[in-house]
Design a protein around this ligand. Structure first.
Ligand code: PGA
Length: 255
């Protein structure tokens, strides 16, 4: 069965606690919203956002990154149990900015997904190729390597098989924050490649049920086309999620 559409907003390092509270007060989602809506504010803004969001809005919250240990001498990091206590239910793992600016590798992504699942939260694993990799014809090779690094973990496969959730986000690096978007056909092609590999590792039922989101310059005027592409089960929105009305317009297109 096709998973429920998800519309997620990644605020990156934007909107402090006061701005997050303002966002929540201004956010008006269509009453008929069926999509699952998630916001990933900076961790410091999560409490303010949670406080101000109305219960009826049913917006879930997540953090943009975690460390794989539960506690310890890791200056500047935050852990899964802390994120859960603060009200997060989702965690972004392996976002391209973590990979390319902060040097995170496939091993880090794998350890983080394990920790997130162990802590009872839902990981959103981000994968995507750079422009150079795309020009070299390496799209499939790169995104499958990033996915397999995580699916090779027996712990991850077992937890997903026994009810835990995993989500993927295909975010071509060249489309992030650039105003360039993959065409719905490009997105569908990459999603199909990921779907086949999910099914081969997890079996038909579980593999078909893993939602695959598209991310990279999603805006109110292109979200509808992307969301109706085959195998695109939702969108991960950066810049356009910072404004409550543009985010609400994207949510409306998710149904
Ligand atoms: P963008 O960011 O929508 O600003 O391109 C997407 C993302 O990085 O998740």
């Amino acid at each position: 069965m096709a998973p429920r559409t998800m519309v997620a907003g990644n605020w990156k390092m934007n909107l402090g606690p006061a701005e997050a509270a303002d966002f929540a007060q201004e956010l008006t989602l269509p009453p008929s919203t069926r999509s699952e809506v998630v916001l990933f504010p900076p961790a410091l803004s999560l409490a303010a956002l949670r406080e101000e969001l109305s219960d009826e809005s049913e917006v879930a919250l997540g953090v943009q990154n975690v460390h794989w240990e539960a506690s310890g001498a890791y200056t500047g990091e935050l852990s899964v149990p802390m994120a859960a206590e603060a009200g997060a239910t989702f965690v972004l793992v392996g976002h391209s900015e973590r990979r390319h600016i902060f040097g995170e590798g496939d091993d880090d992504a794998s350890r983080k997904v394990e920790a997130v699942l162990r802590g009872g939260l839902t990981p959103v694993l981000c994968v995507g190729e750079t422009l150079e990799e795309r020009k070299r014809g390496e799209v499939a090779g790169v995104i499958l390597r990033q996915l397999e690094a995580v699916l090779e973990s027996g712990e991850v496969r077992e937890r997903i098989a026994s009810e835990a959730r995993l989500l993927l986000a295909y975010e071509p690096v060249w489309a992030i924050g650039t105003g360039e978007t993959a065409t719905p056909e490009d997105a569908a092609g990459a999603h199909r490649i990921l779907r086949e590999r999910l099914v081969s590792y997890l079996g038909d039922t579980v593999g078909e049920g893993v939602p695959i989101l598209y991310g990279g310059s999603v805006k109110p005027d292109n979200a509808g086309d992307l969301l109706s592409a085959p195998d695109v089960n939702g969108v991960l929105v950066g810049g356009a999620s910072l404004d409550p009305s543009s985010f609400a317009r994207i949510v409306a297109q998710g149904g």
